[in-house]
Design a binder for this molecule. Structure first.
Ligand code: FAD
Length: 486
């Protein structure tokens, strides 16, 4: 194990962040790299618990004490092999995962937990620098072909695993670049895009084929794809945003968060946007509605645009005293402070949006809100109650709706194939049914199946779905394991 007394000697330390005033002027990642000695010291804090709860805290089941021990021994190759045996893309999760493993770390009971996420990032970066992360194509091919639709983390993980098993895999992506929300949702200050490009190069060298500008159910025939392949994986994400249909919604200056973030990611990537209506926060009072990760990314992006002011409001009040604080909705998500909030933002909770107010030209000028609190309805159920006298007008010229996503798009791909949906209108394909949809040889993984979630869950589902597809193609046991051999 790592130093048995490490946790007694060292406290948790994270890499330095670039100063706010500097990082607000660019799109680069905001954490400095973690120096090697510091990573080793941090890894030494792992207690190698008899029952490592961090394993089960991580949806991928990452074998955390083992890779911490390898880091402590300065065996970066071994650390990378252990980490990548359960996680295809530690360079993504090491940057943007909310790290449920750290919440499960036993040291966290009476000390700050082990800095697992940053250790993971360091292992991945050391592996790329030292040449341990290199193409590992399968020794032989099975002669079976699989089409993966969608190139977000779920599709990429499924593709990587199915290719590893020897199947011929083509990933179809309707956008012009690969990566899904890693590319078009998450801003560069959290994940610079060369990190995705580097991984795609590796996957191409291993034999995975990528087809961009390929909208399956649009310019690519979905039924033909099913006919011509031995299996198909649907990994198209959850893309339909939740709206706020208050009065005045048609005012100019109200946009969904993803319209704003996608355009900005394209601008930062150098795409030609001359034909696109510009959504920019420069010199505006920006109001972000929604307190989660997407809202925080709008805050960070607006500040980098040079917004005059940025305010983020969230409808959810703190949970009532008699309610489990971890119950729906996920309270810690809306209470979490992201690095974007450090860069300048007013935050308020328990604020209900009542009306969008326009000027004579139809442009948004303010939002009328009222504060709310928990109360009871006539049946005794918890409900929101408006607090009289708290009505306000919040001036804003740009309003970004970051109120979550309802379900995947049904038009096109899903309707054409006629796949069954679950009660939440996501694709019905449960793990108990091997990620299989109602359509023979069509499987599903990631946000398209489970609803909006996290990158780590998308990777986990992509891997598990690939095992099911592999078993289906072999007509028996899959050669893929939850933990890869070598
Ligand atoms: P996606 O990443 O959505 O990828 C789906 C892909 O399928 C897209 O590229 C889409 O273009 C393509 N596609 C869809 N239909 C078709 C079709 N018919 N033909 C071809 N291609 C198609 N999670 C975290 O863990 N940490 C974070 O910090 C974080 N930040 C986020 C910030 C934002 C702004 C958003 C919106 C989400 C964030 N998430 C974060 C959530 C995370 O990004 C998603 O859970 C994850 O990307 C889902 O992966 P996926 O592969 O299922 O789908």
């Amino acid at each position: 194990m790592a130093d048995p007394n490490g946790f007694l000697k060292h406290t948790r330390e994270l890499p330095a962040k670039r100063p706010v005033e500097i990082r607000k002027t660019d799109w680069q990642e905001l954490y400095e790299p973690m120096p090697e000695e510091k990573t080793i010291t941090q890894a030494s804090r792992c207690m190698d618990c008899g029952v490592p709860f961090c394993h089960s805290g991580c949806p991928l089941g990452n074998i955390i004490p083992e890779f911490n021990d390898a880091v402590y021994e300065q065996d970066w190759r071994e650390a990378f092999e252990i980490l990548s045996s359960t996680n295809n893309f530690p360079e993504f999760t090491g940057r943007i995962c909310p790290a449920p493993c750290e919440s499960a770390c036993v040291l966290g009971i009476n000390q700050p937990p082990v800095a697992i996420e940053f250790i993971e990032k360091s292992i991945a970066e050391e592996a790329f620098q030292r040449g341990y992360a290199r193409p590992n194509p399968p020794a032989s091919r099975t002669g079976k072909s699989v089409a993966v639709i969608g190139s977000g983390p779920a599709g990429l993980a499924a593709a990587a695993q199915l290719n590893k098993a020897g199947h011929t895999v083509t990933v179809y992506e309707r956008n012009s670049r690969i990566g899904g929300l890693l590319r078009y949702g998450i801003p560069d200050f959290k994940l610079e895009k060369w990190v995705i490009d580097r991984r795609i190069e590796l996957m191409e060298a291993e034999g995975v084929k990528f087809r961009t500008n390929a909208n399956v159910g649009g310019n690519v025939d979905a039924k033909q794809l099913v006919r011509e392949n031995h299996a198909v994986v649907l990994a198209g994400g959850s893309t339909i945003p939740r709206d706020i249909p208050s009065q005045g919604r048609e005012a100019q200056g109200i946009h969904f968060a993803m319209e704003f973030l996608e355009q900005n990611n394209k601008r930062v990537a150098g795409d030609d946007l001359s034909d696109t209506f510009e959504i920019h926060a420069r010199d505006k009072d920006v109001l972000v509605i929604g307190g989660g990760d997407t809202g925080a990314d709008c805050v960070g992006t607006s500040n980098r645009h040079g917004a005059r002011s940025v305010t983020q409001i969230e409808i959810m009040p703190m949970p009532p005293a008699d309610r489990d604080p971890d119950s729906w909705p996920n309270w810690p998500m809306i209470l979490r402070t992201s690095t974007s909030h450090e860069e300048g933002c007013e935050r308020e909770w328990a604020v209900l949006t009542e009306e969008f107010l326009k000027d004579e030209e139809g442009k948004l000028r303010a939002v009328r809100t009222v504060n709310i609190r928990w109360g009871r309805d006539q049946t005794g159920r918890n409900t929101f109650v408006k607090i009289p006298g708290t009505e306000r007008e919040l001036p804003c010229q740009l309003l970004l709706i970051a109120a979550g996503f309802l379900h995947p798009q049904h038009e096109g791909l899903l309707n054409t194939l006629g796949v069954g949906l679950d009660a939440r209108k996501n694709v019905a394909a449960s793990p108990e049914h091997n990620y299989q949809t109602s359509v023979p040889k069509v499987f599903a993984a990631g946000d398209m199946r489970r609803g909006q979630s996290l990158v780590v869950w998308a990777i986990a589902e992509g891997r598990e779905c690939a095992r099911s597809v592999d078993a289906f193609l072999r007509g028996g046991e899959s050669v893929l394991e939850s933990r890869d051999e070598g």
